[in-house]
Design a protein around this ligand. Structure first.
Ligand SMILES: O=C([C@H](O)CO)[C@H](O)[C@H](O)COP(=O)(O)O
Length: 210
């Protein structure tokens, strides 16, 4: 069953918690976006985990160096997952994985900026990463001609646990599910919706449908 992750790219803890409160019934993983963590610091992780102890809290650090140290920071604050950039060296990823073992948490590798996402996903999964995010970031999505289909095709042939992030919405969710992705990540399709609860519910129902 493909899980649903909400990516919260808002800038204030109160707004993030208000959004999570609306969508929590339909969500498996609550992602604190990189801009939110940069805006509010580690306290947003602690606040979210305290508000939603039964949900997985995903700290989108996009760490490029000092993997062990940054993972410790995220896990001590209450995160269940941290992202490390796939574009960085294996030592950074392995350092974070060691910290994850110590805290019984997990590392996700984000492929933003990686040329061959499938090859890198297959490499880093061997380092003990939980799953790999096949990701087109907000800026890449703004490129003319961008299509999420590229990520969907990559997920189908990856052969390792992956999530898809980069414009997941109600139009693409069925194909995301069919690709075998472990997690579907939806940001703007939920936080930018007029009714975020209804948007999250519709995405969840599409994932649960036969
Ligand atoms: O990770 C993200 C981005 O780099 C900013 O933090 C987004 O949360 C991710 O791309 C998912 O968001 P949508 O593309 O809006 O669904």
């Amino acid at each position: 069953m493909t899980k649903l992750q909400v990516a919260i790219d808002l800038l204030k803890t109160a707004d993030a918690i208000a959004l999570a409160t609306k969508v929590a019934p339909y969500i498996d993983i609550i992602e604190l976006g990189t801009p939110l963590i940069k805006s509010e610091g580690l306290s947003v992780i602690t606040a979210m985990k305290e508000a939603f102890p039964d949900k997985k809290v995903f700290a989108d650090f996009k760490t490029a160096d000092a993997g062990a140290l940054e993972a410790e920071m995220a896990f001590q604050a209450g995160a269940d997952y941290i992202t490390i950039l796939g574009a960085t060296g294996d030592a950074t990823i392995s350092g974070a994985v060691e910290a994850a073992k110590k805290y019984n948490r997990a590392v996700v590798v984000d492929t933003i900026g990686v040329k061959d996402r499938v090859k890198r996903a297959q490499e880093v999964i061997k380092l003990g990463v939980e799953f790999v995010e096949l990701h087109a970031g907000l800026d890449e999505q703004a490129d003319p001609g961008y299509s999420i289909q590229v990520l969907i095709d990559e997920a189908s042939r990856a052969g390792v646990p992956v999530s898809i992030a980069g414009g997941v919405n109600l139009k693409s969710i069925e194909a995301v599910k069919k690709s075998g992705a472990t997690v579907a990540v939806a940001g703007a399709a939920i936080y930018g919706a007029e009714d975020p609860a209804a948007a999250a519910k519709a995405l969840k129902e599409a994932l649960l449908a036969d």
